[in-house]
Each structure stands twice: as C-alpha cells, then as structure tokens.
Design a protein around this ligand. Structure first.
Ligand SMILES: *Cc1c(COP(=O)(O)O)cnc(C)c1O
Length: 232
C-alpha cells in the first residue's frame, strides 16, 4: 500500500492535471488536507511531505491536535457544522471558517475574534442539495448573508463553500458546482472582493476544479478511509 506521503503527492498531481485541463494555472488551486478522524502523527506525515493547510470538522478533536502540533506552522481551517456555543473557541483557534451559514454565527464569530489576531477568513456555506443536507444556506439567501458579513469588522469574507449531494456522475457533480460558481460570479459582479470557491472532495475534486474551485478539501484520498462516515 502507498504511504500517506505518496498519496498526498498523487492528489497534488491530480489537482495539477485537472487545473491544466481546465486551462488554469496549477497554483490557483489550493489543497486543504481534511484530517478529521486521523491522528496528530498522521498529520505530521502529511506536513513533512509539504502540506500546511489542514481542515477539521469537530472542535474538540481539532483543539487536541492543535495542542499536539503546536510547534508546526499549520494554517487551520474549520469546515464542520457550527453550534453557536462553539463560536468562541472556533474564532480563537482557527485561521479560516468555511461553514458560516447564518448571521447569528457570523455575529458571534465576529464578536469573539481577538483584535490581536488577523481578521477571521470566512466562506459562506451554500446548500445546493437541500434534500440531502441540512448544513448551508439556500441559494436565494446567499446575497443577504454576504451583505451582512461584509459589515462585520473582524471577519473577512473570502467566498463560498459547498458540499454537493453525493453522486458518481461527473456531469451531475459539475452541474452542482456550476450552480455555486454562478452565485459566486454574481457576488463578484456586485463588487465583492472574493477569491475563494471551496469545493471538491476526494470523489469529485476534478469536476470542482473544472468549475473554478480555488480550494479543494481532500480527506480520504490522502489519509485513507475513515472508520465511520463523518461528512456532514
Ligand atoms: C470530510 C469532509 C471532506 C473530505 O471528504 P473526503 O471525501 O474524505 O475527501 C471535505 N469537506 C468537508 C466539509 C468534510 O466534512
């Protein structure tokens, strides 16, 4: 079986291939290594291969790993569902939050973000498959939430994130990413200074890159299978 470092390298090459096929420069697509359900020592191996951005879904699990990996220069991204009573530690211990989907959460993250830290980098999570997911805001409500976040001084709105309905049909994958890209383009047209489309996971990142993804969030293709399914 391949080592973690080899799988990481293979994902990197697939990203590069997909970017070139889409007529994009490979450097325009960033890899977020999704490490939920994997140990600090596994993160260390991916870090040693050269990875610096890591994504976690569960607060306590993430805080434990951050503690263990303190001396490493890691950029931490929170990508899981956010309960309002967890906003303070999330605002304190992460560089990015991809899963902002309501104004109350945005408010609380803004209030909790220390002045000593840079602004918290955030994405709005868009729900494009309302029947299969409960996380994320409906497409028709994205504009209002973007306007709301824009006036919060401790948050910097970077773009949109989505988790599409699972499907192995590349056309269907692409159609869902396309829908999110269209709202993203509308926001750009309205003058929002955005640079991030966080979409694509192990099974569908090439389709996401074709539709303009700038961050792909890849877990199992790097770390191997998780014991239980923890995608939300
Ligand atoms: C788990 C998870 C991923 C990674 O999923 P894989 O299929 O393991 O690549 C990406 N994004 C979110 C929000 C997740 O919860």
């Amino acid at each position: 079986m391949d080592t973690i470092g080899e799988r990481w390298q293979a994902v990197r090459s697939r990203i590069e291939t997909a970017a070139l096929a889409a007529g994009r420069t490979p450097g325009s697509v960033h890899l977020l290594a999704v490490s939920k359900a994997h140990t600090a020592s596994e993160l260390r191996k991916v870090y040693a291969a050269g990875q610096r951005k890591f994504g976690e879904n569960y607060l306590q699990e993430a805080l434990d790993k951050q503690q263990e990996l303190q001396e490493l220069d890691i950029e931490w991204h929170f990508i899981g569902p956010i309960q309002s009573n967890k906003t303070q530690p999330i605002a304190r211990h992460f560089d990015w939050v991809h899963s902002v989907d309501r104004s109350k959460i945005a408010d609380r993250l803004n209030a909790a973000r220390s002045m000593e830290l840079p602004r918290l980098q955030v994405c709005i999570q868009v729900n494009i498959s309302e029947e299969t997911s409960k996380s994320g805001i409906a497409i028709q409500d994205v504009m209002a939430l973007a306007a709301y976040i824009q006036q919060l001084p401790r948050l910097q709105l970077r773009g949109l994130m989505t988790i599409p309905a699972p499907t192995t049909d590349p056309m269907q994958q692409q159609a869902q990413f396309h829908a999110v890209r269209q709202i993203y383009n509308q926001l750009l047209a309205q003058g929002y200074a955005l640079d991030t489309l966080s979409m694509g996971m192990s099974e569908d990142f090439p389709a996401a890159i074709l539709e303009g993804a700038t961050i792909v969030r890849v877990g199992s293709a790097i770390f191997g299978p998780r014991i239980k399914s923890t995608v939300e």
